[in-house]
Design a binder for this molecule. Structure first.
Ligand SMILES: C[S@@+](CC[C@H](N)C(=O)[O-])C[C@H]1O[C@@H](n2cnc3c(N)ncnc32)[C@H](O)[C@@H]1O
Length: 376
């Protein structure tokens, strides 16, 4: 099967390295994700283990489409009856890029793709799926670039950043998949302590603990995957992949993962989330102002996501916070590597440190840089 893992801008290289790390082949990195080849059991492993990707898609067909009739015919040629239960609910979405002058209304394009799938299933089985845009059992994505269409079945269902561990919220959480990509970019692989003095709801700490304890992110309870509802679902291969992943878990391998935040509600959220993720024992958090934060014994790695003044807090009040973070690094973290996700260059100047490296990343709508400081 040809598969495609979608990744946020800036995370594609991480996704490609993760895919390669699973031993998968024919990897091709493109803007927005990574294509690769996988057998069924490898697809299941990818679903369970990939940390930085948002969706995993299986390519069903690729063809020229320069009219809606061509698109309809191309989608209808796919043997949907082999993959889909006609009684399952379905949603279709279409992404249009390049010069698609033949498309006047994207809504009509969605309709033609949906009709082609439903007509094929009705002709083959006598039944047709009903549409559920919000909580479908299966999702089809069609990407039309100029006159070329590619059609995918979404193996993930709910996007993969929905790990199932977020039981307590925060006004400005990082996406779990972005936190995992950040951790990967820092080079932290669970071999030394990690600290986040602005931990919020604990996304970086929890994703780190999952890495440190070799917990596959897809194992979280309460999570299921769309491919489990496909006709081709191989429950034996799935159980094997799950059992192998469970066998890898080792909380004792995880180094100290510590954090703090001045907001008691954020600290409580981190505790609740860490417990739900199965890493409550290894994530240690405390309520503390940044100026009074107590890092674990080092050398360790500090990774943090301070407020930028875009979503919570106002920019003017934040200069002092960045200065305090810079002071914490210089006073307590000599010999450490520190990584700060910055959405605002004016604010990071107040750290009074010069960055060794910068990784461009996108945090939702915000263009960010992950800045690396070697504190010497
Ligand atoms: C952008 S949020 C971090 C979100 C976190 N990465 C997550 O995924 O939930 C920044 C955090 O910094 C905390 N914070 C702001 N000023 C602080 C200060 N002076 N001392 C300690 N924590 C502070 C806020 O309470 C907030 O939880």
């Amino acid at each position: 099967m040809r598969c495609f893992a979608t990744a946020a801008a800036g995370s594609e290289a991480v996704a490609a390295e993760e895919v390669a790390g699973l031993g998968l082949s024919s990897i091709e990195r493109v803007p927005g994700g990574v294509a690769f080849a996988a057998e069924t059991s490898e697809l299941y492993r990818a679903l369970l283990w990939l940390r930085s990707v948002n969706r995993l898609l299986v390519e069903m067909g690729r063809f020229n489409a320069f009219t809606h009739d061509r698109l309809y015919a191309g989608v209808k040629r796919i043997a949907w009856e082999e993959w889909l239960d006609p009684d399952a609910t379905l949603a279709v979405d279409v992404q249009l890029t390049g010069d698609n002058r033949w498309v006047q209304h994207s809504g009509f394009t969605v309709l033609r793709v949906k009709d082609a799938i439903c007509d094929r299933l009705r002709e083959a089985t006598g039944r047709r799926p009903s549409i559920d845009k919000r909580h479908p059992a299966v999702r089809v994505h069609a990407r039309v670039h100029a006159n070329r269409a590619a059609v995918y079945l979404d193996a993930s269902g709910e996007p993969l950043f929905k790990r199932g561990w977020r039981v307590a919220d925060h006004p400005a959480p990082l996406r779990e998949t972005l936190a995992a990509a950040i951790l990967w970019l820092t080079g932290w692989r669970g071999e030394r302590p990690l600290f986040d003095p602005l931990c919020g709801s604990g996304t970086l700490l929890i994703e780190a603990a999952l890495i440190g304890a070799r917990i596959a992110p897809g194992l979280a309870s309460g999570r299921s995957f769309a491919c489990q509802r496909w006709r081709t679902f191989d429950s034996g291969a799935w159980e094997q992949a799950v059992a192998a992943a469970r066998g890898e878990i080792d909380l004792n391998r995880c180094p100290a993962i510590a954090g703090s935040d001045h907001d008691p509600a954020a600290v409580a959220a981190t505790r609740a989330n860490a417990k739900a993720a199965g890493v409550g024992e290894v994530v240690q958090v405390a309520v503390a102002e940044i100026g009074a934060a107590t890092p674990p014994p080092g050398p360790a790695t500090l990774i943090t996501n301070p407020p930028y003044g875009e979503r919570i807090g106002e920019k003017e009040g934040l200069a002092a916070l960045y200065a305090d973070l810079g002071h914490l690094l210089k006073a307590h973290c000599v010999g450490w590597d520190a990584f700060v996700l910055s959405g605002d260059r004016d604010l990071t100047r107040h750290l009074h440190l010069s960055a060794n490296r910068r990784f461009p990343l996108r945090n939702g709508p915000i263009d960010c840089r992950l800045l690396h400081y070697e504190v010497r």
